[in-house]
Write a new protein. Structure first.
Lengths: 311, 398
C-alpha cells in the first residue's frame, strides 16, 4: 500500500529534471521570441518575399524572381549614386566623428580649463533630435543670413560665401559636417569612460619611465583604447550606412541626387513615387542589408585585435 | 466614425471640418466623429500602411496625385453616395476615373502670379490691360529688379516638390497649348521639341539674370510668403491661389501687412504661344471613403455635410480660398473684396489645364521633375541641354 502513492507520484512527474527545466525556460522566453518573430523576423522575411515580386494595382502581386535585383544592379543610375554617397558618408563620417570624439575625450581627460562645462557643451548635440538639428543647420548654412556665410563675409571672405546645401558639390559635405557635430559628443563620452577605466599602474609606470605625453598617448593609451575604438567605429559605420533623417530634413536627397542615400532612395521609391510597388524598394533594402553585413564583418575582422594586451 | 485629415497647420480649415463633425454628432446621438490631424507626408505613410492592412479610417483626405490609392482598390466609388448637385462639375471631373468618381473635392485653386504693386511701379513698369507681360518685358522686369537690389521672384523649394517649376510649367503651357502640354508630361512629346527648348532657354535667361533668391534651394514655402510680403520683400511670388491661407491671417501669425499692395498678374505670354490665356487649375484638399469602411453611409453623410452651400460659404469667408462647393453669396470680408475681384478678372476667358504636373506625374518622371524642373534648373545648376536630356530620360516614352 505504501508503494502505490510513490508509483502514482512517479507517473505524474515522469518528466526528467532536464525536460522539466524547459517548461519555465519556454514560458519566460516565449513572449520575447513571439515579439521578436512578429516585429523583426516576420518583417525581414516579408521584405525578402516582397523583393521578388512586383505589386500591381488592385493588390495584384507578380513574381519576378531576381528581376528587381537585376534592374537595380544594371539600370538604376540613382541607386548607384545613392550607394556612392552613402559609402562616402559612412567612411568619412565614421573616421571623422570617432576621431573627433577621441580628441574631445583626451581634452577632458587632460583636464582642460572648464572641463565640466565643455563636457556638457560637447555632449548636448547628442540629446537634440535630428529634426531640430537639421533645421538648425539649414539656418546655419543659409546663403543670406546663415552664420557660416555671415562669418565668412565678416572676415573678408565674402567670395567664399556659398549656398552650401544648394550646390551639388558641397551639399553632401555640409550634411556630413552636421552629422559629425551631432555624434562626436557621444563618442567622446564613451572614450572618456574608457580612459578613466585604464589601469592606473600602467599609466603610472609609463610616467616613471619618463615617457612623454605623445609617446604615452601613442604607445600606451591608444593601444589600450583599441577595443573601444573598434566598437565605436562599427556602431558609427552601421548607423551611417542607414542614414536617413538628417538628410531628409536638410536636403531630401537633392540637389540633383547629390545627397541621396540608400535609405532616402528606398523611402522615395516606396512612398514618394506615386506607385504602390513595394517590391523594388524591398529589393534595395535587402541588398543593402546584405552589404551592411558584409562591410561590418570585414571591418570587424580588419580592426579586431587578436593578440591581447598584457598588463 | 474616424476621419484622417491633412492641414493641421491651417486653423481655418481645421475649424470648418471640426464644425461639420460636431454638427453630425449633434444630429446622431451616440455617434463620435473623431478627426485625426496629420501633415501630408505623415498622412501618406499612415494611409499606405493601414489601408494595405485592411484598416484605416472611414473617411480620409486625399490629393489628386495619390491616385495609387484608387488604382489599388482602397477607395469607394462615390457616384451613388454623394449629392453631386452641390459640387461644380469641372471640380468633380479630375476625380472621375474609369467612369467612377472617387473623391469629393473641397478646395480648388488656380496657379497665380502675385506681385507687389508698389515695387512694380517703383521699377517703372505698368501692367498692360490684359495684365500679362510679354516674354521680353518679363525678362526686362527681372533684370531691372535685380539691378535695383530687389529680388524679382520670392520662391524656394526647401520643403516642396513643385514651386520652383511654376514659371517654367506655365511658360510651357502657354507655348504648347493644352493638348501638347498634356503630351509633354504624358511622355508622348520630347523635351527636345524646339518649342520646349525655346521655353527652357528663356527661363534660363531669367535664372541667369538672378530671378530667384540665392537661398532658393533651402527657402521653405511659408518662408517664401514672408520673403515676398515682409522681409526682405520681392516683386513677385508665383503660387497657388491658396496663397491666402498663409497671407490673409494676422501679421503676428505670419500674414501679410494690412496695407500690403497685393496684385495679380497673368504669367507672361510666350512668343508664338499656342495658348497664352491658358491657366492651371487644380483640385486641392478632397475627401474619399475607405473601401473597407464598415460605415459607408455615415461616411457619405459626412462628405455631403461638408459639401453644403453654407459650408462652402463659410470656407470662402474664413479660409479665403476658392472651393468646389457651389457656395452662395459674395464673400463676407469686405477688406479682401478687391482681391477677389482681381482674382475673378484674371480668370476671365481663361482655358484651364486641370492639374499641376506634380499632381499627375509618377515614378521616375516625377523624381526627375522634382530634381530638375523644380530645383536644379531654376537654381542655375544645369544647362538647358542637360535639363532637357534629363527630363527626356525620366519622362519621354516616345
Amino acid at each position: 500500500m505504501a508503494s502505490m502513492p510513490q508509483v502514482r507520484h512517479g507517473e505524474r512527474t515522469s518528466l526528467t529534471p532536464q525536460r522539466s527545466a524547459w517548461i519555465p525556460i519556454i514560458t519566460f522566453v516565449a513572449p520575447a521570441l513571439i515579439i521578436y518573430a512578429g516585429f523583426t523576423l516576420f518583417p525581414v522575411l516579408k521584405t525578402i518575399y516582397d523583393s521578388m515580386h512586383v505589386m500591381k494595382p488592385h493588390n495584384a502581386v507578380e513574381f519576378v524572381g531576381l528581376g528587381n535585383y537585376r534592374a537595380l544592379l544594371t539600370h538604376d543610375v540613382v541607386f548607384w549614386k545613392a550607394v556612392t554617397n552613402t559609402a562616402i558618408f559612412s567612411l568619412v563620417g565614421t573616421v571623422c566623428d570617432v576621431a573627433a570624439g577621441l580628441l574631445l575625450a583626451l581634452c577632458l581627460f587632460a583636464k582642460v580649463p572648464m572641463a565640466r562645462f565643455w563636457k556638457v557643451v560637447w555632449f548636448s548635440p547628442v540629446l537634440i533630435s535630428y529634426v531640430v538639428v537639421g533645421i538648425i543647420w539649414v539656418w546655419i548654412y543659409d546663403q543670406d543670413w546663415g552664420i557660416v556665410n555671415t562669418v565668412l563675409r565678416w572676415i573678408g571672405l565674402g567670395s567664399v560665401a556659398h549656398p552650401w546645401l544648394g550646390d551639388p558639390h558641397t551639399a553632401l559635405w555640409a550634411v556630413l559636417a552636421t552629422q559629425i557635430w551631432k555624434w562626436a559628443g557621444f563618442n567622446m563620452i564613451v572614450f572618456l569612460a574608457a580612459l578613466y577605466a585604464l589601469p592606473a599602474d600602467v599609466l603610472g609606470a609609463a610616467e616613471l619611465d619618463h615617457c612623454g605625453w605623445l609617446a604615452k598617448l601613442v604607445f600606451v593609451i591608444l593601444p589600450m583604447l583599441r577595443p573601444t575604438a573598434v566598437s565605436l567605429l562599427v556602431l558609427s559605420f552601421v548607423g551611417k550606412m542607414m542614414i536617413f533623417d538628417v538628410v531628409w530634413i536638410m536636403t531630401r536627397g537633392g540637389p540633383l541626387w547629390s545627397t541621396e542615400t540608400v535609405s532616402t532612395y528606398v523611402y522615395k521609391r516606396a512612398f514618394d513615387w506615386n506607385t504602390f510597388d513595394l517590391g523594388y524598394p524591398s529589393a534595395i533594402a535587402v541588398l543593402w542589408f546584405i552589404m551592411i553585413l558584409v562591410f561590418v564583418a570585414v571591418l570587424t575582422r580588419l580592426l579586431w585585435q587578436h593578440d591581447k594586451l598584457e598588463f | 466614425m474616424s476621419v484622417w485629415s491633412h492641414e493641421a497647420d491651417e486653423p481655418s480649415k481645421v475649424a470648418v471640418r471640426e464644425k461639420v463633425a460636431r454638427e453630425m454628432e449633434r444630429d446622431h446621438p451616440g455617434l463620435r466623429v473623431k478627426i485625426t490631424w496629420y501633415d501630408a507626408a505623415g498622412l501618406v505613410v499612415a494611409l499606405k500602411t493601414s489601408l494595405a492592412a485592411g484598416q484605416g479610417p472611414d473617411v480620409f483626405y486625399i490629393e489628386t496625385d495619390w491616385s495609387d490609392l484608387i488604382t489599388d482598390g482602397y477607395v469607394l466609388p462615390l457616384d451613388g453616395l454623394v449629392d453631386w448637385d452641390n459640387i461644380y462639375h469641372w471640380a468633380r471631373k479630375p476625380w472621375i476615373r474609369d467612369g467612377k468618381t472617387w473623391a469629393v473635392p473641397q478646395e480648388v485653386y488656380t496657379d497665380e502670379l502675385y506681385y507687389n504693386k508698389d515695387l512694380l511701379a517703383k521699377l517703372g513698369f505698368v501692367l498692360p490691360p490684359n495684365a500679362q507681360f510679354s516674354q521680353e518685358q518679363f525678362l526686362d522686369l527681372v533684370k531691372k529688379a535685380r539691378a535695383a537690389g530687389i529680388t524679382p521672384i520670392a520662391q524656394g523649394v526647401g520643403d516642396r516638390n513643385f514651386p520652383g517649376a511654376y514659371i517654367l510649367t506655365q511658360a510651357l503651357l502657354h507655348k504648347l497649348g493644352l493638348s501638347d502640354y498634356a503630351k509633354l508630361f504624358g511622355g508622348q512629346l520630347s523635351f527636345e521639341d524646339p518649342r520646349v527648348s525655346a521655353v527652357f532657354r528663356w527661363v534660363k535667361e531669367l535664372v541667369d539674370a538672378g530671378a530667384y533668391p540665392k537661398d532658393f534651394m533651402t527657402l521653405k514655402l511659408a518662408e517664401s510668403h514672408f520673403y515676398f510680403y515682409q522681409k526682405p520683400g520681392a516683386v513677385m511670388l508665383p503660387m497657388g491661389s491658396w496663397y491666402t491661407g498663409r497671407a490673409f491671417v494676422p501679421v503676428d501669425e505670419g500674414g501679410q501687412p494690412e496695407d500690403f499692395p497685393l496684385g495679380l498678374m497673368q504669367f507672361p505670354a510666350m512668343d508664338g504661344g499656342a495658348c497664352n490665356e491658358c491657366k492651371i487649375r487644380a483640385i486641392g484638399s478632397s475627401f474619399a471613403i475607405n473601401a473597407a469602411s464598415p460605415h459607408p453611409q455615415l461616411a457619405a453623410e459626412f462628405l455631403n455635410r461638408m459639401s453644403r452651400p453654407e459650408i462652402g460659404k463659410l470656407w470662402i469667408d474664413t479660409v479665403h480660398l476658392q472651393t468646389a462647393v457651389k457656395a452662395q453669396g459674395s464673400p463676407a470680408t469686405p477688406h479682401y473684396a478687391g482681391y477677389y475681384q482681381e482674382l475673378m478678372a484674371r480668370q476671365q476667358g481663361a482655358q484651364y489645364f486641370e492639374m499641376d504636373p506634380s499632381d499627375f506625374l509618377e515614378a521616375e518622371c516625377l523624381d526627375t521633375f522634382v530634381q530638375v524642373m523644380n530645383s536644379s534648373f531654376p537654381a542655375g545648376l544645369l544647362s538647358v541641354e542637360e535639363a532637357l536630356r534629363l527630363m527626356n530620360q525620366g519622362c519621354y516614352r516616345g
